[in-house]
Design a binder for this molecule. Structure first.
Ligand code: CA
Length: 133
């Protein structure tokens, strides 16, 4: 629906994927921040307070799982994992750590946008008045 105010942090080490997602989200009027490592991701998160984090798991410095863990110690900001790891164990672990959603690569960008919208909508209803899924 365009015209939105949300700031999204992409933590992804592959430049092609990163710029592809960034370009698509900007087309949908999201503000986009990027980081290519967990370390940078945590710094960007701390200084920019994004509304949502789109997180790869296979990152050069640390596993993305550790970022979920670290963020969840203090914050409920929505986290969507975007990973090539398609096994159940990883999905369960990510969700257990507090990820809100898990999308497997290769992904379809329109679907990613829909997942982002849904997660943001749920986050806004956070106080839990009503859910209409
Ligand atoms: Ca990766």
């Amino acid at each position: 629906m365009g015209n939105n105010k949300y700031k999204i942090l992409i933590v992804e080490d592959e430049a092609n994927i990163r710029s592809f997602i960034k370009a698509n989200l900007e087309t949908s009027d999201y503000q986009v921040l990027c980081a290519e490592t967990c370390e940078l991701g945590m710094m960007m998160y701390a200084s920019h307070h994004p509304d949502l984090i789109l997180l790869d798991l296979g990152l050069p410095d640390r596993d993305g799982m550790s970022l979920i863990q670290e963020v969840r110690e203090t914050d409920t900001v929505p986290i969507i994992v975007l990973s090539a790891r398609s096994n159940e164990r990883d999905k369960v672990e990510a969700l257990d750590l507090g990820a809100n959603d898990y999308i497997t690569k290769p992904f379809s960008m329109p679907l990613v946008v829909k997942h982002i919208e849904a997660v943001l909508r749920r986050a806004e209803q956070g106080a839990g008045v009503e859910t209409n899924i």
